[in-house]
Design a protein around this ligand. Sequence first.
Ligand code: NAD
Length: 325
Amino acid sequence: MTEIRFDNRVAIVTGAGNGLGRTYAIELARRGAKVVVNDLGGSSTGVGESATAADAVVDEIRSAGGEAVASHDSVATRDGGAAIVQKAIDAFGQVDILISNAGFLRNSRFEDLTDQQIDPILDVHLKAAFYVGQPAYKAMRSRNYGRMLFTGSASAMFGHAWQANYAAGKGGLMGLSHVVALEGSAYGIQSNLLLPTAVSRLADEMDMGYMEIPAFAASLQRCEFEVVGPRTVPEFNTPLALYLVSEDCKASHGIYSSNGGRYARVRICAGEGWHTPRGNTPATVEDVAANFAQIESPAGFTEPHTVYDEIFDVTEGGRKAGVFD
Ligand code: NAD
């Protein structure tokens, strides 16, 4: 297998001063990319600023012979996003890759979440994808090539107590990435969503108060952290992240999990379901109740890639079920 390289590619990695982003930036540079190392340098709850985090990673890349520049702008403002992309264009003339990764946590019970725990979380995870993503997309579109990787979370796809704010932001990125993938397919731009898992400084924000929720406590207790522990360092996520932003990768519109050394596609699917046989008269609530097991059934799952794919499946399925004349 030939080595996957990023020569002549310009990559922006946001939140690259620590944790996952740091490993992406270093490995991209080691494989030939010119990298904008963006980081605001705040705490794991998004408090404060410092140039040190981004600068240290740039130093590390340069001392290994790579090319990188630092950006200390916040991804969470429109101006910050524009400045990050402009940095790439000023320093390296183009943008080929965006790994949108910056973020922090402000966990709390759903009913207690304040605007100070909701707005900054939506800004840094969801709105940042517009602030950095839009100017990056324009730069990519002008050259008919681009790879975008947004950082989602298993918390949004599968659920995590006390993270309704975070899950809302991360969940929104799924829709955003799907639409960027669709629109970008006309211009050589691919977009995917990565669900990483790593013990980073964000782990400090975890709270055992979750144990008050029996279903969540049971789920936590049966998972064997000690088995996967050594495979939860950030570096285990780097290979999949880099492959997804490489020229070799032709996959777009996907959701990928990287967790404890297992790399897997996560799919949003619709079951075969139940088609009302009442012709053009709507089903009753009682019809739904009576057929709920079939509505819930995973049988015949398909994965629509547009809303019209789903309508196609509905028509085909309804025909098979004999509900259309
Ligand atoms: P981390 O705290 O080590 O790194 C995140 C970086 O983002 C920090 O260096 C921070 O300074 C930077 N940042 C925060 N706000 C910023 C802003 N406004 N502008 C620019 N930079 C900013 O955390 P990590 O675990 O490496 O997380 C990276 C991404 O992965 C985050 O989006 C996180 O939500 C996501 N994620 C992490 C895990 C995990 O298990 N660690 C799981 C799912 C998703």
